[in-house]
Design a protein around this ligand. Structure first.
Ligand code: IPM
Ligand code: MG
Length: 354
């Protein structure tokens, strides 16, 4: 199992190091893992003048899976757009054709108190957001900023989906629903947007192949509201790139912290890139304060989805549960009576709990 490790920027290197530690511990127990590191994002720009250096892309293409930390930082915000760290991330998603982004939001019972929502609203929460990742406003052409006829600056992006793009991610959504609670809610804005009208039509077509899955449709504004009103009504949420970006940040807070959520981005052959859904958190970078659990749980997803190694994935997830049950917490999830750990100590605790 060849893994390309791309730590990135900010807290990326710290949290990735902990996930690597956990994978190394599994390798000592006989899992055949090979890992190689390369720079991406701001680190890629610093090393090679490109947020996705050619050598990094080649390493990722040759690997079976990619483990990524986070990209971005204030130092790079004034660069021309193509040189910014975020472009490295968007390009690698596109180059590897990682169109299906899986973002599970599951509440560990021990963290019910850490959520800003009342425990009875979130306890037992277990939902999966399936976000389309290589289309929509993020990649739609035309896009740009220009001077219009009135001589003022005008900016535009294009929300755009071909039916094949909707169909392939819808299949992934339904397949995942089949393995879970057999409920899928497709989220769009079909009352206003043609893109969403087509989205809904294609999802209804695909649903015919999955008669056991109960399909519902929801407008994105209502979905944002329902996620905090009654999040347990959801099993699988299927949605486009921009809506999924927004709703997955919202869903993460139901689980106590954005520092708890991992993700998988898959191509048609289940090759994948695995990353925490949080960003590079420049304000706490280099201070050993970050929560590495989202990245560690992303590594578990890698073992499950790309390598079909459920046993190893379960070991990691059980390790994380054990650590939380012992009351060990990083700053983002700490509550009175718990023990505060730094990033590296949290990684060690998970290794010890394996
Ligand atoms: C995410 C992030 C990225 C996105 C940014 C960093 C480009 O917010 O993975 O959710 O918008 O997809
Ligand atoms: Mg986001």
């Amino acid at each position: 199992m060849k893994i390309a490790v791309l730590p990135g920027d900010g807290i990326g290197p710290e949290v990735t190091a902990q996930a690597v530690k956990v994978l190394r511990a599994l390798a000592r127990d006989g899992l055949a893992l090979e890992m190689e590191e390369a720079p991406i994002g701001g680190a890629g720009y610093d090393a090679a003048g490109d947020p996705l250096p050619e050598a990094t892309l080649r390493l990722a293409q040759a690997a079976d899976a990619v483990l990524l930390g986070a990209v971005g930082g204030p130092k790079y915000d004034t660069l021309a757009r193509p040189l910014r760290p975020e472009q490295g991330l968007l390009r690698i998603r596109k180059e590897l054709n990682l169109f299906a982004n899986l973002r599970p939001a599951r509440l560990y019972p021990e963290l019910a108190e850490a959520s800003t929502l009342r425990p009875e609203v979130v306890s037992g929460l277990d939902l999966m957001i399936v976000r389309e990742l290589t289309g929509d406003l993020y990649f739609g052409e035309p896009r740009g900023i220009h001077l219009n006829a009135a001589g003022e600056r005008e900016a535009y992006n294009t929300m755009r989906y071909a039916e094949s793009e909707i169909r392939r991610v819808a299949h992934i959504g339904f397949q995942i629903a089949m393995k879970r609670g057999k409920k899928l809610c497709s989220v769009e804005k079909a009352n206003v947007l043609e893109t969403s009208e087509l989205w809904r039509e294609v999802v209804i077509e695909v649903a015919r192949e999955y008669p056991e899955v109960a399909l519902s449709h929801m407008y994105v504004d209502n979905a944002a509201m329902q996620l905090v009103r009654n999040p347990k009504q959801f099993d699988v949420i299927l949605t486009g790139n921009i809506f999924g970006d927004i709703l997955s940040d919202e869903a993460s807070m139901l689980t106590g912290s954005i520092g708890m959520l991992g993700s998988a981005s898959l191509d048609a052959a289940s090759k994948g890139m695995y990353e925490p859904i949080h960003g590079s958190a420049p304000d706490i970078a280099g201070q050993d304060k970050a929560n590495p659990l989202a990245t560690i749980l992303s590594a578990a997803m890698m073992l499950r989805y790309t390598f079909s190694h459920d046993e190893a994935a379960n070991r990691i997830e059980a390790g994380v549960s054990k650590v939380l049950a012992k009351g060990l917490r990083t700053g983002d999830i700490v509550t009175p009576g718990c023990t505060l750990l730094g990033c590296a100590a949290m990684g060690d605790a998970v290794v010890a709990a394996l």
